[in-house]
Design a binder for this molecule. Structure first.
Ligand SMILES: NC(=O)c1ccc[n+]([C@@H]2O[C@H](COP(=O)([O-])OP(=O)(O)OC[C@H]3O[C@@H](n4cnc5c(N)ncnc54)[C@H](OP(=O)(O)O)[C@@H]3O)[C@@H](O)[C@H]2O)c1
Length: 293
């Protein structure tokens, strides 16, 4: 809708509304005929009331869903791009290397930007005119590298997105793995710091997705690695073992794997559905939401 026009009925010196509804008739000439006898002045023709046109409020039409995928050329990111395109969204991606080398029709439909989340100025153009962002940026290395790429880099992206007026932001984080958290301290501290920033900057539109192991087909150069060969049976086996997940030490290792396609499905929905609840979606949430139509 291009404009909204409302009429404001403004009465300067005429009768009150309660009196109007009680016993008044609007005559053809715009004057008011009142039969109210309470004032003792019956059949009195009162002053006309003014009908003023309120100012026309121009509203931009809602922009079509424009989704920016950070790390759209990675394993999870490419599944996210494909899922979003399948849903008819306009998709762009930002990463350091830009367009991946894969020859695939989905890659031709994505607008590829080059940028580095550790250099916030390089994100501004890609973030402008975008309604939602999904970050699939993360990785491993030394503790300080892991904190930077999982934490600092994503915190930068969340801040720039908030400044640019992005409405929804979904962050692919990671499930707790008990002892593993301790061994990969920088990774988990970075993830949790980015999560905290997201919840503070996107209180109503921030969604954190916490998968455990993600399976699917990972493209490594020209090679396709079918991680689902191990992941799918484990997912079948462990998705019904939720109580075991609460066991100390070993429990978190029994977190069921989820497919990259499921993560992508939930991420795109979380980023585009205005009533998707903000907050954390754990592995069981991913399984539940991805099974929904
Ligand atoms: N795979 C799993 O089993 C698993 C499990 C749980 C959680 N996760 C999380 O899911 C997310 C995606 O994982 P993934 O397996 O898809 O990783 P991936 O294949 O390594 O993809 C990482 C992406 O991040 C981009 N990137 C890295 N550093 C960047 C920077 N400084 N600026 C801009 N882009 C940068 C990479 O592209 P460039 O190199 O071109 O920059 C790439 O597109 C990560 O946050 C990961 O922690 C993964």
């Amino acid at each position: 809708m291009k404009s909204a026009v409302s009429r404001l009925i403004h009465q300067s010196s005429g009768p009150s509304l309660s009196r109007l509804s009680r016993s008044s008739t609007l005559l053809g000439n715009g004057r008011l005929f009142s039969t109210d006898t309470s004032s003792g002045d019956s059949k009195r023709v009162e002053e006309p009331f003014k009908v003023e046109e309120a100012e026309t409020v121009k509203m931009d039409p809602p922009s079509p869903d424009q989704l920016l995928v950070l790390g759209g050329n990675g394993f999870v990111g490419s599944h996210v791009c494909k899922e979003a395109l399948d849903r008819g969204l306009s998709v762009s991606s930002l990463s350091r290397s830009g367009r991946p080398s894969v020859q695939a029709s989905w890659a031709d439909k994505v607008v590829w930007h080059k940028g580095n989340l550790l250099e916030p100025a390089s994100l501004k153009d890609a973030m402008s005119k975008v309604s939602a962002v999904i970050s699939c940026v993360g990785g491993f290395g030394t503790n300080s590298q892991m904190y930077k790429i999982n934490g600092t880099a994503n915190i930068n992206a969340i801040r720039v997105a908030a400044e640019q007026g992005v409405k929804r932001f979904t962050y692919i984080s990671a499930a707790d793995f008990g002892l593993v958290n301790f061994l990969l301290q920088g990774y988990y501290e970075g993830k949790r710091a980015a999560e905290a920033e997201l919840l503070s900057k996107f209180t109503y539109g921030g969604v954190i997705i916490r998968p455990g192991f993600i399976h699917g087909t990972r493209q490594v150069g020209s090679l396709k690695v079918p991680l689902g060969l191990i992941g799918s049976p484990l997912e079948m086996l462990l998705q019904h073992a939720k109580p075991l997940n609460k066991l100390p030490v070993l429990g978190p290792l029994l977190t069921p794997p989820v497919s990259a396609a499921s993560v992508a499905k939930v991420a795109v929905r979380a980023a585009t559905d205005p009533v998707f609840p903000p907050g954390i979606v754990d592995v069981y949430g991913i399984l539940r939401y991805s099974g929904q139509k």
